[in-house]
Design a protein around this ligand. Structure first.
Ligand SMILES: *Cc1c(COP(=O)(O)O)cnc(C)c1O
Length: 383
């Protein structure tokens, strides 16, 4: 454990978000909790049990090693789905342990049947359709081959799902592309239906599509960022605001990240702070050294840009963020002391540091900042 900072996960905020999202998607729609990237930095071993208590029993990850992390903490009755990478050895492990996985090429489909036959357990597959994202997924032209192969090997396969992923449902600029993807997805589904294949779950929507394209909700949604309390973009919030009078507080941030002041010093006017010459004190200033740097998940690009909270006040990062430390200017904080709490993400008194507040340039940075929070920061559940 790296004890230089700590993360708090709010159970009440998490439950609040799930309740809101259930209202959006409808009570009969299954929510898959997307917990890739160590549950977007929140900690798989913390989020999975919280989700299960909130009656979620499906989890989505990218890779086999992420699936193993979920498997180790999840209720044996919960389902786990791998949306991305698997090598052959991991494919066998997945089938053996009834882990679901995406199939987007014939190679994986054939291998899955071969392994399933050998270990006498059916592979639980989700056929991924290429509808316009152009990442992974079967082209529509491949469907005859896929369908014939599945029908010839019914004993070794369970068709858990037909799925796709949208290329930017979080912004109206992609509207035309998303609408086309929905059409294309329906074409795949009709093809399966015509050939008497019925996937158990039709699922296409992540957070943004669930919030802005109700027709994408179908049987299951794969919810990542919004369960953690973030609107995918401002646009998704505005859409819900117009349509359902959404309030900003309908989603509440679940994570807080805190540390303490490690050292305080005075710097004379004209002196530089930290490496190089990016910050020069223009008067006598008081600087606090914070034991968190870019190895700890605080981006170096926040040098001279970031903000933190100390004693209920917002203070700026000055100079460069180093591997393990950063400096903040505390000149204007009376009585500042060693050991004072420093909020990197979260609330202190009435002020709030959202993640977006230091990564306003793009909401996508929410995802990145969260996912980069190292696994070895201690995480605790708080009310
Ligand atoms: C990450 C991911 C999601 C979840 O996306 P959010 O925007 O975080 O809700 C859903 N589906 C796929 C395929 C993903 O990779």
């Amino acid at each position: 454990m790296d004890q230089t900072s700590y993360i708090e996960i709010s159970k009440s905020a998490y439950n609040h978000n799930i309740k809101y999202l259930r209202k959006i998607v409808g009570k009969d729609v299954r929510i898959s909790s997307v917990v890739k990237g160590n549950a977007y930095g929140h900690g798989v071993n913390i989020i999975v049990p919280l989700a299960e208590k909130a009656k979620i029993n499906h989890f989505s990850v990218f890779s086999a090693s992420e699936a193993l992390d979920v498997f180790n903490v999840a209720n044996p009755k919960s389902d786990i789905m791998i949306m991305g990478y698997l090598n052959d050895e991991q494919l066998e492990w997945a089938i053996e342990n009834e882990i679901e996985f995406y199939v987007f090429d014939m190679e994986r489909l054939e291998k899955a049947v071969e392994l399933a036959a050998a270990i006498r357990k059916p592979a639980r597959i989700h056929i991924e359709a290429e509808t316009g994202f152009n990442r992974t997924g079967f082209e529509y032209e491949k469907m005859p081959e896929v369908v014939n192969f599945i029908k010839d090997n019914q004993d070794h396969l369970i068709l858990e799902g037909l799925c796709t992923h949208y290329a930017g449902a979080e912004s109206i600029t992609n509207h035309y592309r998303v609408i086309n993807q929905i059409k294309n997805y329906r074409q795949f589904h009709r093809y399966l239906t015509r050939h008497e294949l019925k996937p158990r779950f039709k699922h296409t929507a992540g957070s943004a599509a669930s919030l802005t394209y109700p027709q994408t909700i179908m049987d299951m949604v794969r919810i990542g960022i919004s369960q953690y309390g973030f609107w995918p973009t401002q646009e998704t919030f505005i859409y819900q605001f117009k349509r359902n009078q959404a309030k900003d507080s309908d989603l509440k941030r679940v994570i807080s990240w805190k540390t303490r002041i490690m050292s305080i010093k005075e710097v004379d006017s004209g002196d530089f702070v930290g490496y190089g010459t990016s910050y020069m004190a223009n008067k006598k200033v008081k600087i606090a050294i914070i034991p968190v740097g870019y190895t700890n998940g605080f981006s170096r690009s926040l040098s001279n840009m970031g903000r933190v909270l100390i004693r209920g006040k917002r203070v700026p990062v000055v100079g460069t963020v180093t591997m393990n430390t950063m400096n903040v200017n505390v000149t204007d904080i009376p009585n500042v002391q060693l050991g004072d709490e420093v909020v990197l993400i979260g609330k202190q008194n009435r002020l709030n540091i959202s993640i977006a507040s230091f990564s306003e340039m793009s909401n996508q940075l929410n995802y990145q900042t969260l996912a980069r929070l190292p696994g070895n920061i201690p995480r605790n559940v708080v009310y």
